[in-house]
Design a binder for this molecule. Structure first.
Ligand SMILES: *Cc1c(COP(=O)(O)O)cnc(C)c1O
Length: 457
């Protein structure tokens, strides 16, 4: 399907991949046969591959490149910090200025009462930190039995042992004997896929009530926390029915458990608010962050913690946890510059007022396509469900792989859309313009047409 390779360098890199590299979330053997597409440069919302093809990045890398590619200020911030102080750690009662300044900047943006940040190298490490901190918190309060963390089927919380266990991806649990003990899962609020005959509203209530049922089953005395993404990203951009979060809030208010919002995707403007928790009016005790924090220019994650929780942790002596790169000064300098750009250029405000409404309107025009069963989205997140029968929401048989077919047409036609099963998803850079949204939609429609020709004949 893809064009034959022209550039001899492409072949060289593909040989290096085959001979020496093990790629994340990949079938090693199959990738060795086909060879990866090599991305060599980027600017704004566009990527170029080693064959010279220009591609509109509808996924902002992996949901992270908020300010777009090619922002020289971010490179300058890293260069300057590397010359001044490339590394020192935050262990043993020492600190460096950038992570301290960053913690203050994040506290200014975070919801009221969330004023402290623990830094990590990634979102997964943020959730590992969360698991240990939450259990430590309850132990300090004299309730060490409160250990169980409730999470959701098809949630994504990272790929470390704790992250993958918290996540509800069955195909990840199958490898490595996960989840680890003390993590249980409840159904997800995925009406299109699992709502059956229920209305979205009724299904949202039902899905939320599963939290209460699980708290009662495990016993409130044993439950430490509930973790959820405000909008599930990797699970397929699952926008919960409007009834879901209000009902969850009601349940959380009844029980003495912590609520953790995994804001790794929703955080830093993706929904048009600074955090997904702001969008849905949630009151988290902790928020996991990463991705948009640095626009992906350098790895960094963290955990934002509510004041009341910090007060308890302050009574607990040493927290025996941390990473060599917790609060890395170069990463923090890049994050600070990234937040400066997001604020001063009013990028989040523009998403809310202009680009999100425009993208959502244009995206919904695709709902009339014969392959499309539903289009949904919030902010600069979108999903397109591919189905065999629009009215009954009936999917294609699994062996058709319609999502993968559509994804390859996108790749070959200058657009990156990701496929989660038969759900096509987008999360473009927050700086995407209206003209670039038009291009995204017209390419998406063209690729849906090519996919329809292939699967419907
Ligand atoms: C990507 C992601 C993570 C994991 O972050 P990494 O930096 O890949 O470890 C955790 N939670 C959510 C919601 C994510 O999308």
């Amino acid at each position: 399907m893809s064009k034959p390779v022209q550039n001899p360098k492409t072949r060289e890199w593909q040989a290096m991949s085959r001979d020496h590299h093990l790629a994340p979330f990949s079938d090693f053997k199959q990738l060795a046969e086909t060879g990866p597409r090599i991305i060599t440069k980027a600017d704004g919302v566009y990527l170029w591959d080693s064959e010279g093809n220009k591609i509109l990045d509808g996924m902002a890398g992996l949901w992270c490149v908020a300010v777009g590619y090619g922002r020289k200020e971010l490179a300058d911030a890293a260069f300057k910090q590397m010359q001044e102080l490339p590394y020192y750690n935050m262990f043993f009662q020492t600190a460096t200025p950038p992570p301290l300044e960053l913690a203050k900047a994040i506290a200014e943006l975070a919801p009221e009462g969330m004023n402290h940040v623990f830094f990590t190298g990634s979102g997964s490490e943020g959730n590992d930190t969360m698991l240990r901190m939450v259990r430590h918190y309850w132990a300090i309060k004299g309730q060490p039995a409160k250990k169980v963390i409730i999470s959701r089927v098809n949630g994504y919380h990272g790929s470390t042992v704790a992250g993958a266990s918290l996540g509800g991806m069955k195909y990840m649990h199958e490898q490595g004997d996960l989840p680890i003990p003390g993590i249980v899962h409840i159904p997800q609020p995925y009406w299109f896929g699992e709502g059956g005959e229920m209305t979205p509203e009724a299904f949202g209530i039902w899905a939320a009530e599963q939290l209460e049922a699980k708290i009662l089953e495990v016993g409130e005395a044993n439950v430490a926390a509930f973790i959820a993404e405000p909008i599930q990203g990797a699970g397929g951009v699952i926008i919960p029915p409007d009834s879901y979060w209000p009902k969850i809030r009601e349940i959380l208010a009844k029980y003495d458990i912590l609520f953790v919002a995994d804001e790794v995707i929703c955080g830093f403007g993706r929904t048009g608010e600074w955090f997904g928790s702001d969008y849905y009016g949630l009151r988290p005790d902790m928020m996991t962050i990463a991705k948009g924090l640095t626009s992906g220019y350098i790895p960094m994650g963290g955990l934002i913690v509510r004041d009341e929780v910090v007060e308890v942790l302050n009574q607990g002596g040493d927290f025996n946890h941390g990473f060599t790169y917790s609060g890395h000064p170069v990463a923090a300098a890049v994050a600070l510059e990234n937040l400066r750009i997001l604020r001063e250029e009013k990028i989040v405000e523009r998403v809310k007022a202009e680009t999100a409404p425009y993208l959502q309107k244009r995206l919904r025009e695709l709902a009339d396509h014969p392959l499309v069963g539903e289009v949904r989205g919030v902010g600069l997140l979108g999903a397109i469900e591919l189905v065999q029968n629009k009215a009954s929401r009936e999917r294609f048989p699994g062996d058709v792989g319609v999502g993968m077919i559509c994804r390859s047409h996108c790749f070959s036609n200058g657009l990156i859309m990701r496929a989660v099963g038969d759900t096509m998803i987008i999360a473009p850079p927050l700086v995407i313009s209206q003209a670039e949204i038009d291009e995204l939609i017209s390419k998406a429609r063209h690729c849906l047409d090519l996919t329809a020709q292939e699967v419907l004949g």
